[in-house]
Design a protein around this ligand. Structure first.
Ligand SMILES: *Cc1c(COP(=O)(O)O)cnc(C)c1O
Length: 401
């Protein structure tokens, strides 16, 4: 998006504010579908938890996407946004049997990731088709914060438990219609991903009634200049070929499913903040913005590097800054970062603010969560109001003391 458009949005809607570019979401969606155009049945299920605004979900519905959900509330949001139950897959971890039954009753595809629930669910509802989440014990890049396929991970049913899994399926006569893995965020090495896929194919051979194989997600997008990213086109070419081979051997054209979050929305997002104070200390220059980890926690939680640009002075002389927030706790967004000269009241834009940014925001320090704006058909649409003091008090019970 252009600086002037972003500045106008900050002026019209106030700061801080999240802005999402619908065109970028669409082009990422198209990029992924094109990369897998040689697969006959492809299904992309957008991972709601990355950015769960109902208007963004409606955009995905328009694109023909399905949804990947991790809580019953995300399922309900998806239904409210107009998705049909069969377009939604429910992939929770560690939730109660009751929550899974509730989702099944709504008609969404269930994905079970532990043997205990699998046995209970299969015994009670042998006719409901179930997908199973496998842990192939492969680390597809990234660090241990975001890799969920490794041996100590709490996610999925270990491939070493397949014999036990098969016994449960046979004893309950339940219907397994899908096999799934999600090895975690940030796939850097396509060969590692393909290796994990082979494990999934091997597992799939054990089931006769499959309709789909779900390869999860974890596609890496660039966060800074010259950053590495998953080569989607190369992955598409190699995995499609292998998948088509597998379907031939299996004797049936299955659906290839993915559930990307970050890939689809990360780069579409901008977080606009205003500089309250420029503070010179003996060691550094701080630019303090009207936000903190209450609005964007990824840098502090994962050490993520979000590029920050001064859209009020994009051609100014570059200087070094520490960009921090207003929370009464250390809330460093960026250390020693080269940014065009900052003066108070300038608007700083954080890039890659589409995925896991607003959706992880909180009211810490009793601050309001920001507004959200969707830039769609060259117009700015408010898709979430900034909170007010009533939202802070909502659900609090004031008792007489
Ligand atoms: C979070 C999640 C995703 C999305 O991961 P991204 O790295 O954002 O693409 C996909 N599947 C499951 C099961 C998830 O929990």
């Amino acid at each position: 998006m252009e600086n002037n458009t972003l500045l106008k949005i900050a002026a019209d809607f106030g700061s801080p504010v999240y802005v999402y570019d619908a065109e970028k979401i669409k082009s990422q969606y198209k990029r992924l579908t094109s990369a897998f155009s040689k697969v006959k049945h492809l299904k992309l299920n957008y991972a709601v938890k990355a950015l769960s605004n109902i208007s963004v979900l409606k955009l995905f519905n328009q694109l023909g996407s399905g949804l990947d959900t991790v809580s019953i509330q995300e399922v309900q949001l998806g239904l409210k946004a107009g998705f049909k139950p069969e377009q939604i897959i429910f992939t929770p971890n560690g939730v109660s049997l009751a929550e899974i039954e509730k989702a099944a009753k709504l008609g969404v595809q269930i994905n079970i990731d532990n043997l205990s629930v699998l046995e209970q669910f299969g015994t009670k509802h042998p006719k409901t088709p179930v997908c199973i989440r496998i842990n192939p014990h492969v680390m597809a890049g990234g660090n241990t914060n975001i890799s969920v396929g490794h041996i100590d991970s709490k996610f999925g049913i270990s491939i070493h438990q397949i014999p036990h899994l098969l016994r449960i399926v046979e004893n309950t006569k339940m219907n397994i219609n899908g096999i799934h893995m999600h090895t975690g965020s940030d796939i850097l090495d396509i060969d590692v991903f393909l290796y994990a896929s082979e494990i999934l194919f091997d597992t799939a051979k054990n089931f006769k009634n499959l309709e789909f194989i779900d390869f999860g997600s974890g596609f890496k997008v660039p966060y800074k200049e010259r950053d590495i990213e998953t080569n989607i086109e190369e992955l598409g070419e190699k995995l499609s070929k292998r998948f088509n081979q597998f379907c031939k051997a299996y004797g049936k054209p299955l659906t290839l499913a993915f559930e990307p979050g970050k890939f689809l929305v990360s780069e579409a997002g901008y977080f606009l903040t205003k500089v309250n104070v420029v503070k010179q200390t003996t060691s550094t220059v701080f630019a303090q913005v009207d936000s903190g980890f209450n609005h964007l926690i990824r840098p502090m939680l994962y050490g993520s590097q979000h590029e920050i640009i001064n859209i009020s002075n994009p051609t100014g002389r570059e200087r070094f800054y520490s960009v921090v927030g207003y929370i009464c706790e250390t809330d460093t967004f960026a250390n020693n970062r080269r940014i065009n000269e900052i003066t108070e009241d300038d608007i700083l834009a954080f890039k890659n603010a589409g995925a896991y940014c607003y959706s992880m925001a909180s009211n810490y320090n009793s601050r309001y969560r920001p507004a959200e704006v969707l830039w769609h058909n060259k117009k700015a649409h408010l898709i979430r109001k900034r909170e007010t003091f009533d939202d802070i008090l909502n659900n609090q019970v004031e008792i007489d003391l």
